[in-house]
Design a binder for this molecule. Structure first.
Ligand SMILES: [Zn+2]
Length: 207
């Protein structure tokens, strides 16, 4: 996961219109063509891409043209369970199709204790805007500090790694590849072979 400094800023006029939509209608309106809805979704996407530097909030792999993964707007607390937060910018991140998709996040209930206001809720999931990620999720660092194998170091962190499948073998392999390409580009010829070997070992541990 990546620490995110802020969520998308939404024009107050637009937000007011969205807040006026009946709670139970909001998940359906999400897919509608109303101007306030499309503006909101546009801002979440364009600002989110900048804030997250074109990376998935969960698996951190590159999105869009640079990466091979398509960009999704992902409700942190799913709108199917919590329609009241369908149009809360803080409840949205940009994610890849894998993390947002049916195989992983889908409609998992991410809230531990529901409150009247979003900020008062207690989450099962490590919250990308509110939580300091390193306190919950860390990369298992071997002697080479390869940031490949991920682990939860708190209850929230373990919940998130498990439910978001952040230790999935495919993802681990993708991260290893990224590290490999980064290091290959940064003039580290001598220990390169060894690093790749260790990255591969790390993947096996994750599997
Ligand atoms: Zn992802």
């Amino acid at each position: 996961m990546i620490n995110l400094p802020r969520c998308a800023a939404i024009d107050p006029g637009v937000q007011k219109k969205l807040d006026a939509i009946k709670v139970e209608l909001r998940p359906k309106r999400w897919y509608g063509k109303a101007k306030a809805v499309t503006t909101f979704k546009g801002e979440v996407l364009t600002q989110g891409r900048l804030i997250q530097r074109e990376r998935c909030a969960w698996c951190t792999l590159p999105l869009g043209a640079e990466g091979r993964r398509t960009i999704h707007r992902d409700h942190i607390a799913p709108s199917s369970i919590y329609p009241q937060w369908t149009f809360v910018a803080k409840n949205l991140v940009i994610s890849c199709e894998y993390c947002n998709g049916l195989a992983v996040k889908s409609d998992i209930d991410t809230i531990k204790e529901l409150k009247d206001t979003y900020d008062d809720c207690e989450f099962h999931i490590v919250h990308p805007y509110d939580d300091e990620i390193e306190l919950h999720i860390q990369f298992d660092s071997d002697q080479d500090q390869l940031p490949v194998v991920i682990k939860g170091v708190s209850a929230k962190g373990r919940w998130t790694v498990k439910n978001m499948k952040l230790d999935d073998v495919g993802l681990t392999r993708e991260r290893a590849k990224e590290v490999f390409y980064e290091r290959r580009g940064s003039m580290l010829p001598a220990p390169e072979e060894d690093l790749i070997e260790r990255a591969l070992d790390a993947m096996n541990i994750a599997g």
